[in-house]
Write a protein that binds this ligand. Sequence first.
Ligand SMILES: [Zn+2]
Length: 350
Amino acid sequence: MELLQRIVKLSHEFGSEVYVKGGGGNTSVKNDQTLWIKPSGTTLKTLTEESFVPMKRATLSGVREQNLSTEVAERESQVKDILMSAVEPGATGRPSVETMLHNAFSAQFVVHTHPALVNGLTCAVNGEKKSAELFPESIWIEYTDPGYVLFLKVDDEIKKYKKVNGKEPQVIFLENHGVFVAGDTEEEIREIYSSILKKLGEEYSKAGIDFDIKVNAKSKNAPANAQKLANLLATTVSTSGNFEVVNGPLTPDHIVYAKSFPFIGEFDREKLDSFKATRGYYPIICVCGGDVFACGASENRAELAMELAMDGAQVAQLCKAFGGVRFMSDAAREFIENWEAESYRSAMMK
Ligand SMILES: [Zn+2]
């Protein structure tokens, strides 16, 4: 099908490391009746025509008329049921939690990503103010727990914008998260993304900030420390030379793949156990003896965690152009840590 061929091509283009890490980001294409969405837990760059989940748009649009529970966990489970009931019969794959956001746009193509260059803005103290200055035609959505509540907010803002401007917005920045770009052609999507990245790039250059982070060479103790950590936590470990690891929650994806807080110190049973007692989990990212270590159940998972830690360091560095990092609140972080949909997504990444 022609539409699916087109969204696959676009997804591969925006599935590179510049735009997303791991299973982050999602894409969709629609006609009047059907929305095809990327399944949760898959990567943009490996999508095929068969992977897209066809969804009934009428069911998705009807979600606002449903009488949903005011209790968060129950409501999210009701929303999940509605999402599943919108899947066309015979289709497999769990639709992305951001499906309803995609359906909120009328435009044919929607590409949602988390580029570090953009998160340098969305995670920054002055992000909202700067986005109004640099991208007056965009919408800024202050941080909201993902899922239904975020959909409601975005849907309301799109409608408000349309009332004032006579058309829907094409760019939505989500604070501490990423960006949604909507367009009726692939060319529009490409042009909007490249103008966003170009404008932000100029801001970082003006502020004298390097795009890339500085990564030191590994120390001579790195292999021994990696082995020690692997033994203590019975895990696979990926090692890097030192870089400035971020100590706090930046975005949901950083939490899902690398957790919010690194362990800093010598590796021993007592210290790691005390970290777990404080944080509720053993560390994923560890800093010891001038090196950085990422833990994971497999080599891929450990490497992905390291990628997210490096991405976080890059985001924090870029945020300096806009007043420095603004971390997520404790409540926002805890919501992600306890969110069923996210643990599903994380578990899908082998
Ligand atoms: Zn996202």
